[in-house]
Design a protein around this ligand. Sequence first.
Ligand code: NAG
Ligand code: NAG
Ligand code: NAG
Ligand code: NAG
Ligand code: NAG
Ligand code: NAG
Ligand code: NAG
Ligand code: NAG
Ligand code: NAG
Ligand code: NAG
Ligand code: NAG
Length: 421
Amino acid sequence: MFFVLLATLLSILYSDSAAAVDTITVAQPISDNETIISSSRAFEMGFFSPGDSSNRYVGIWYNDETRAIIWVANRNKPLVNDSSGLVTISENGNLVVLNGQNEIFWSSNVSNPGSNVTAQLLDSGNLVLQARNNSETLWQSFQQPINAFLRRMSLFTNVKTGEKVQLTSWKSDLDPSRGNFSAGISLLNIPQVFVWKNNVPYWRSGQWNGREFIGISNITTVYLGGFELILNEDAGTASISFEFPIDPTTYFVLDPQGNMNQLAREDGTRRWVNRQRYPENACDVYGRCGQFGICSHRRSPICVCLRGFEPKNLKEWRGENWTSGCIRRRPLKCERVNRTGEEDGFVKYNMVKLPDLAERTPIHEDRCRGFCLSNCSCLGYAYDVGIGCMTWSNNLTDVQQFYSKGSDFFLRLAHSELGKD
Ligand SMILES: *[C@@H]1O[C@H](CO)[C@@H](O)[C@H](O)[C@H]1NC(C)=O
Ligand SMILES: *[C@@H]1O[C@H](CO)[C@@H](O)[C@H](O)[C@H]1NC(C)=O
Ligand SMILES: *[C@@H]1O[C@H](CO)[C@@H](O)[C@H](O)[C@H]1NC(C)=O
Ligand SMILES: *[C@@H]1O[C@H](CO)[C@@H](O)[C@H](O)[C@H]1NC(C)=O
Ligand SMILES: *[C@@H]1O[C@H](CO)[C@@H](O)[C@H](O)[C@H]1NC(C)=O
Ligand SMILES: *[C@@H]1O[C@H](CO)[C@@H](O)[C@H](O)[C@H]1NC(C)=O
Ligand SMILES: *[C@@H]1O[C@H](CO)[C@@H](O)[C@H](O)[C@H]1NC(C)=O
Ligand SMILES: *[C@@H]1O[C@H](CO)[C@@H](O)[C@H](O)[C@H]1NC(C)=O
Ligand SMILES: *[C@@H]1O[C@H](CO)[C@@H](O)[C@H](O)[C@H]1NC(C)=O
Ligand SMILES: *[C@@H]1O[C@H](CO)[C@@H](O)[C@H](O)[C@H]1NC(C)=O
Ligand SMILES: *[C@@H]1O[C@H](CO)[C@@H](O)[C@H](O)[C@H]1NC(C)=O
């Protein structure tokens, strides 16, 4: 739906010149009225204006009726009311966007790119900068993505250096400048995909178990095995890409409202349809029910406290403000001053989205329960064959009741709370 809307809103000015050139060089720059087209004509690059805006941006779009924009160069610095722009290779060998006065509006910013540099638009949608005397890629648009995540692209994170390749939303459908949302991989203990709103978690995929993200209940099965996540725990890096043989044209867009949309070309047409969208219901929004709450989009109200917990602020909670979350009613045995009495136990939740901030221990399933019991800060545990024993300490946040898929979660409670509601 987003792209049906966008396609109507965008009136891209382009020239359908017969010469299908796919490369920009010093001798072959493109001006406002010109474009380059990738060799199989899948993608086109040139100047465009979103909607009836007078701002001129340089971008890459699908070369079909959808004209869906997948990349923007000068997103934060448009040429205003100015059709004298030029995309060229500068004297120092960088790809640049200039106005008629030769002022730089955007640059690929490579240091010492070398001589005879060219920028080629590939059939993957990637724009690649290369020097003729050097086979290495100097720069590529796929490593500086905007809001679109395409096949053959990777999102990346390095927790040691802080280096990241992430998506960032447009401010609005008519303004490609940087919006409030970003999306990428988080590598805290176990990899997860996140959407952040102004750097605060807004949605998460749930933990990666080597095959799939276990916090997405409603993923269409044909997409299940399509993600590839390459994890290097020693180096502190993770990268993710995808390939769905059944749906080769599909790609993801982070829209200005923070939704991660999976779009695909409708059979036999050139329209984009929305295959899935996350968050997909009110409970998908991160931490909806606060700490120690559990969310169910089929219940009203959607939030309740976990067993053995009660609202921290009853008045707020009854007013459906769940941000303060819940607190434990009866202390665990190890927390009590008087440590006599029965051992703590566990209550089992079926089919849930496991809480965030899991810690992973590579021990057998049989030992997971005892491992949790032996440490007073352990609040609960879960086991996944691909991950191992997961435990939680400090708090339980972003738990959701699913109605298909999901994991079993064992919540630790004082003995006197077991069997109660
Ligand atoms: C584009 O405009 C320039 C002048 O701004 C003109 O010289 C050139 O011929 C035009 N190119 C095409 C393909 O129309
Ligand atoms: C752009 O140019 C048009 C016509 O020349 C003018 O009416 C309009 O005010 C200009 N807009 C801006 C933002 O300068
Ligand atoms: C290029 O460098 C300039 C100056 O350091 C900076 O303002 C600009 O944002 C950089 N552009 C890109 C695309 O990184
Ligand atoms: C390519 O040429 C430039 C300028 O002549 C030079 O500085 C650079 O070292 C060369 N690169 C390679 C890989 O030969
Ligand atoms: C750039 O390439 C052209 C032909 O490919 C060659 O004639 C020229 O010497 C090269 N320029 C430099 C500075 O390497
Ligand atoms: C982005 O976030 C800021 C700060 O929370 C807010 O003022 C602004 O309205 C938001 N912008 C959009 C487009 O939602
Ligand atoms: C699951 O996804 C389908 C399509 O993606 C959607 O129509 C349906 O409402 C979703 N189900 C739930 C429970 O959210
Ligand atoms: C909900 O409660 C929190 C914590 O007391 C408070 O900061 C916030 O303003 C409340 N939100 C609304 C919408 O009342
Ligand atoms: C500790 O608790 C048990 C039962 O809960 C009770 O029988 C015992 O007297 C208590 N001991 C102390 C020192 O309070
Ligand atoms: C108990 O768990 C916490 C949180 O994972 C950890 O920091 C602590 O070292 C553990 N304590 C023991 C004795 O293993
Ligand atoms: C939950 O605990 C983590 C540390 O494990 C902390 O960073 C986070 O702020 C806590 N969340 C809340 C809502 O307090």
